[in-house]
Write a new protein. Structure first.
Lengths: 230, 262
């Protein structure tokens, strides 16, 4: 019907990025990009269970054979991280403003622990990420050992032999798992993919994938501490 | 049965509110929460005190007027139940029951347990309609609609607009409400033509009213007396995303929000 002519029009309609729904779509897409990196990084890391030459050759390949491509990927990941964090901070501020007077008592009746603690798990994982890059990529922080550029295997072993480095790593990875167990499903919801039949499977798959990722990552520091990887 | 009601008392939106405790004797298990408040109010009136203000109309769980947070849960501990349908047998003798109004910036407090929920009306006004030619009723079998589609629409249309989803959401988001309205109209052929425009307009209004963002937690659907599924939020997100990609014309001007500068 031709009623669009009579309705008053808004001169500046709210943009996609200004709406909370739009920001959530951005968070879903950037989260998915970072998830792909997490999977790829884990597969790369699992080469620690092979002879030292394998992972060292892999590191050499990343840094010397595909230098330009690596910087493109790093740029995409940094952009994804920046957008994800910016959207989170803006939405968190908006949500805080949406309830200026809180409840004296509030019970959670239908939400998972992981979903309620996204605002905690996210920043802690980000803090860990900075520490992790400074330790294993830049080599600035490498407690109780000398960082040797190019010797990936040796750096991982000497790094994880320090108990608190391993403990901090395992703790942060468990939080990442918690973050993913909600985020992997939530991303589908944010871009509008939901079906009563598939949602259950998606939720279970998100938890299973998150658990696999945590196990894959923490197997390395645990193996170093147990002396399986020397 | 004897219970203590710890109720939020606030004279007006500009006044500073506080909790006041009232002992209510002779509470029957068959009484509803609202009837318990009626009994309290009668005694308050006899004492010359100001009765507790709360909204109510049908008292059979279908109008969406009543609702407050009971012991930290919107509409109280029973699932799929409005405050008027919550019977006192769910509480024990000697219990202290905390009653608080819905807390959200978009729902300014009117008095005691009553809040202004006009923001929800504004969201409906922004796009909760279908544009069809008026005139004679169309032939009933002229437009076949599959049962699954009709059921999906009906599930969403069960929303009574009580605002419990906003109250229960840690972010004070109105996503379940807006999603229910978008789904109710958008899945049917009569409302499908305008579904993108509707989603854009209703989401814009929802944002203008100052509701929070949806973090897909699911507290809303747990508190919803009509058990509206979380899928309606995904439907809103999908229609909004597709609408944003396909958008060509301006949106209708948003209605001035209830709380300015939200």
């Amino acid at each position: 019907m031709g009623n669009t002519g009579v309705l008053p029009h808004h001169p500046h309609p709210i943009s996609f990025w200004q709406s909370s729904n739009g920001k959530k779509v951005v968070m879903a897409v950037t989260g998915a990009i970072m998830f792909l990196f997490i999977v790829g990084h884990m597969i790369g890391n699992l080469q620690m269970f092979l002879a030292p030459e394998h992972i060292n050759a892999y590191g050499h390949f990343l840094h010397h054979d595909i230098t330009e491509e690596l910087w493109i990927i790093r740029g995409i990941l940094l952009l994804a991280l920046g957008l994800h964090v910016t959207a989170t901070v803006q939405l968190a501020l908006r949500s805080r403003a949406a309830r200026p007077v809180g409840y004296s008592r509030k019970e959670a009746i239908n939400s998972s622990y992981a979903s309620r603690t996204m605002y905690w798990s996210g920043p802690i994982v980000l803090a860990f990420l900075i520490f992790h890059l400074l330790q294993f990529t830049a080599g600035y922080i490498h407690p109780q050992a000398q960082f040797v550029a190019g010797d990936v295997y040796g750096n991982v072993v000497s790094g994880f032999r320090v108990w608190w480095v391993s403990a901090w790593y395992i703790f942060a990875l468990c939080l990442l798992g918690l973050h993913l167990s909600h985020g992997l499903w939530s991303a589908f919801q944010s871009v509008g993919c939901a079906h009563p039949r598939h949602t259950r499977c998606l939720k279970m798959a998100a938890k299973a994938i998150a658990a696999l990722i945590v196990l894959g990552y923490v197997s390395i520091p645990i193996s170093v501490l147990l002396g399986v990887i020397k | 049965m004897r219970v203590t009601l710890k109720i939020w008392r606030q004279k007006s939106s500009s006044d500073k509110g506080q909790f006041v405790k009232y002992a209510v004797d002779d509470v029957d298990g068959e009484m509803s929460m609202l009837e318990c408040l009626d009994v309290l109010n009668e005694s308050l009136i006899l004492r010359g005190d100001v009765p507790v203000a709360f909204e109510h109309d049908c008292r059979e769980g279908i109008c969406g007027s009543c609702g407050f947070v009971i012991n930290g849960v919107a509409h109280g501990p029973e699932r799929a139940t409005t405050a008027c349908q919550l019977t006192m047998r769910h509480f024990k003798d000697g219990d202290e029951i905390t009653l608080e109004p819905w807390r959200a910036k978009a729902f300014p407090l009117v008095k005691d347990l009553v809040v202004n929920r006009r923001a929800l009306d504004h969201i409906i006004e922004a796009g909760g309609y279908i544009s069809v030619g008026t005139g004679q009723a169309p032939e009933a079998n002229g437009l076949p609609i599959g049962k699954e589609i009709a059921d999906k629409s009906m599930d969403a249309a069960a929303c009574i607009g009580c605002g419990a989803c906003v109250a229960a959401c840690p972010n004070a988001a109105a996503a379940l409400f807006t999603g229910a309205k978008i789904t109710h109209l958008g899945v049917l052929p009569q409302g499908e033509t305008e579904k993108h425009r509707r989603a854009l307009a209703m989401v814009a209004q929802m944002n203008a009213e100052g509701f929070g963002n949806c973090t897909n937690i699911g507290e809303c659907t747990g508190a919803c007396p009509k058990e509206i599924p979380l899928d309606v939020i995904a439907r809103m997100n999908r229609d909004y995303l597709c609408g944003s990609i396909q958008r060509r014309d301006d949106l209708p001007a948003p209605i001035p929000p209830v709380v300015e500068g939200a």
